[in-house]
Design a protein around this ligand. Sequence first.
Ligand SMILES: Nc1ncnc2c1ncn2[C@@H]1O[C@H](COP(=O)(O)OP(=O)(O)O)[C@@H](O)[C@H]1O
Ligand SMILES: O=C(CO)[C@@H](O)[C@H](O)COP(=O)(O)O
Length: 515
Amino acid sequence: MNGDCFLGIDAGTSGVKAVVIDIHGDIRGMGYRECGVINPHPGWAEQNPEDWWIACDGAVQEAVQKSGCGSAVAGIGLSGQMQGCVLLDRQGEPIGNCIIWLDQRADEETEAINQLGSVKEMLNVGGYCLNSFWAPKLLWIRKHRPADFEKIETVMFTKDYLRYRMTGEIVTDVSDASLTFFVDLPKRRWSDKMIDKIGIPRDILPERLLESTEPAGRLRADLAARWGIRAGTIVAAGAGDQPACGVGSDVARSGVIGSSIGTSGAVFGCLDHPFVIEKPCAAYSMCHAVPDEWCFLGLSLTSGASFKWLRDIVFAEKKAEMALKKGDIYGYMTGLAQKADPGCEGLLFLPYLNGDKTPNNDKAARGVWFGLSQRHGVNELCRSVMEGVTFSLRDSLELLREQGMEVQEVHASGGGAKSSLWRQIQADIFHAPVMTMNVEESPAAGAAIIAGVAAGVFRNIQEGCDCMIRVTDVTEPIESHAKIYDDYFQEYRQLYASLKKNFMDQNRIVQKYSV
Ligand SMILES: Nc1ncnc2c1ncn2[C@@H]1O[C@H](COP(=O)(O)OP(=O)(O)O)[C@@H](O)[C@H]1O
Ligand SMILES: O=C(CO)[C@@H](O)[C@H](O)COP(=O)(O)O
């Protein structure tokens, strides 16, 4: 039937995923293509925008072909990794690689911006600039690559670049733009005052700053023919991957919290006014993809990545053996973890393998196992990593509670949500029921719902969520476990505080001897 499907595209860091999903939330076809990250120096992270486009093209073709219903696609929505800075020249060609969200090079510029003062006067809301935002990245480019800076015609985010290739339109949306440090969050528009103060030319920022659900352009005829989708199909403004994940997991009202354990981890909540956290804890305050809603994002850098690291260093042989039998290595590891007691008899894991974002904002922090004894074995190693990752998410959840938000239910997403044990650990550590949804690909599903609104199929996001997203599983907290975890959570927090200086000193020694 015509018009009862949407194409949702999620351009993540490790790859681009496309889904054709129908109005009832059933996935008709899915495609995926990987992308690589380039690390030219320690702490730097870049990607080539052309690689995203090639991945997007392949993923969409695969999804549409598998679905067999390209002609029923009523709208296209995009979600993407946030904070990346794609520079386009006058010919619409990328100037070098995109400096992505993981990049840490703009520290000096970030510090200078945070010294400017009067943020509240310029952005209408207080807050701190982070080194991953556009403002410090652009200052870094101006200082270190002046010739490139001179060539900039426009700056855009990952999903905006893909849409530009699909439609020729230069547009961004308020959710992604929130992480530039150039947006007046309450008014959801560029802050000319901040742009002037930082000294960036106003005209390199996209003039069209839209709500996520607004139509941004129409699919070019040549691509439509190539993909098997109708020419002129509406492409929505779309959203950053975390707000899109919020939409795709029905986190669109106060009291419902999103918790995602993917490569990185995220705690996501929404409110009817911008969050203001007056301490430098790397909590992100953003416009939601839902018009008139704002959202909070707490980020753990190596969340599922910590569990994957354990898989690769301890269980590499087992993984190869299980792959031959088509078994699931994560299922094996969570089976071991199940045999350990909650709290692992005092074995705590700090999941800061690549530094920490929320709440410590410390790139020198590193992973720690604390409290090892002869009684501990692989069961405890597995469980303590799952618990440590969840304690890190609870740190973000506590910031939400400090804001007065009641945590009534948690909607879990990401690969970690596949594990019933990890859902139980989340419920116990968060003190809240943890729910999973019918669609696992939440950011792409969110992008599809946004497309449904842009195409006029849904009146608003809530109607789209009601049609497409359903709770499929609920895990209630176990009180006796929650009590144990409360005690260990205090220890977990104290550990970082005690080790902060050691992390810094250690980092200095590592730098001294690194070649
Ligand atoms: N069955 C499972 N049990 C426990 N953890 C899992 C399982 N499957 C995946 N994971 C975790 O989820 C992570 C991948 O999550 P995913 O959302 O697919 O990643 P990405 O953010 O790259 O899209 C893995 O690194 C692993 O930690
Ligand atoms: O920018 C942020 C958060 O600030 C990241 O959340 C990226 O948006 C994560 O992308 P993926 O890990 O899903 O690729």
